[in-house]
Design a protein around this ligand. Structure first.
Ligand SMILES: C[S@@+](CC[C@H](N)C(=O)[O-])C[C@H]1O[C@@H](n2cnc3c(N)ncnc32)[C@H](O)[C@@H]1O
Length: 275
């Protein structure tokens, strides 16, 4: 492995990757083919994919999220670190609250990384949660259910276009979480090639105003949550104050804007009034 690493790294740096990234990708590529028994053609196919700026996670078929490997393919967004932070925030808030049987809905579930992680983390701590993930994409739900099976989680799945959902679709939920599409259309061209050319555009860009999904989901949450139930979102770093104002206008209480480890406004949570 050590002998081939500099060669692969050099090929990747010539294609425009910076040295650190090229080194890391070369290592991941070599580790992946080692697991397959080192077939030379598999390594070359991986390198060719990287030269086309394909994400290593799609090439290896797995993305890491909070200590677990999730199956990924171009039908689902690759799980991100800031989303891990959102999941950990929710995990801990529910544990602190003393709830033992939370009913949870994840909207725009993609690979299923959020509800599966919550399910497994809570199970380890004795909670009996009921979780459902919904997505407009049937193909994404197929991957999510494969992940649940692989990781031993009981999350259930439902196809749903949240922009057309009925006020009555759910009731008495304890918690709703969503990491919806939030990249403004005008930022699309500036995204890195591996994201712009290879990740599903429907997972990235809302079909309208940047806050379209947040506005819709916050309205639905007022119907779907129990009094005192919680709503959590991952957000674009530029929209923190706007998101706080949106939730205030709709009457949510205990609104908290939270920064990620890099200091950017990336999460917001609120609570439906208890009465
Ligand atoms: C930013 S991705 C988040 C995926 C996953 N929750 C994660 O954090 O990695 C947004 C997800 O919303 C889904 N989505 C897009 N439009 C939707 C709609 N109208 N109704 C429901 N889900 C939608 C996409 O298919 C995608 O899986």
């Amino acid at each position: 492995m050590q002998k081939r690493l500099p060669d692969i790294r050099n090929r990747l740096t010539h294609a425009g990757y910076d040295t650190g990234e090229a080194y890391m990708l070369a290592r991941l590529a070599l580790e992946h083919v080692a697991e397959l028994g080192n077939p030379a053609e598999a390594l070359e196919a991986l390198i060719q994919g990287l030269l086309r700026q394909e994400p290593i996670q799609y090439l290896t078929g797995k993305g890491h999220f909070y200590g677990r490997d999730f199956i990924v393919n171009p039908d689902v967004l690759i799980p991100r670190q800031e989303t891990e932070e959102l999941a950990v925030w929710i995990r801990d808030e529910v544990l602190k609250s003393g709830q033992k049987t939370p009913h949870v809905l994840d909207i725009g579930t993609g690979s299923g990384c959020i509800p599966i992680t919550l399910d497994l983390e809570w199970k380890e701590r004795g909670l009996q949660a009921t979780l459902m993930g919904v997505d407009v994409s049937e193909k994404a739900l197929k991957i999510a259910s494969e992940n649940a099976l692989l990781l031993g989680s009981d999350v259930s799945w439902q196809q749903m276009d949240i922009l057309q959902a009925a006020d009555t679709a759910f009731t008495q939920l304890d918690l709703i979480v969503s990491n919806p599409p939030y990249i403004p259309a005008e930022e699309f061209d500036a995204l890195p090639d591996n994201v712009r050319l290879h990740e599903p555009a429907t997972a990235l860009i809302p079909p309208g105003e940047p806050l379209l999904f947040y506005d819709t989901i916050a309205d639905l949450a007022l119907h779907w949550l129990k009094p005192g139930g919680s709503l959590y979102f991952e957000i674009h770093e530029d929209f923190g104050p706007q998101m706080v104002a949106l939730l205030q206008e709709k009457g949510f209480e205990n609104i908290r804007l939270r920064r990620d480890l890099r200091g950017r406004d990336r999460m917001v949570g609120g609570r439906k009034a208890a009465f």
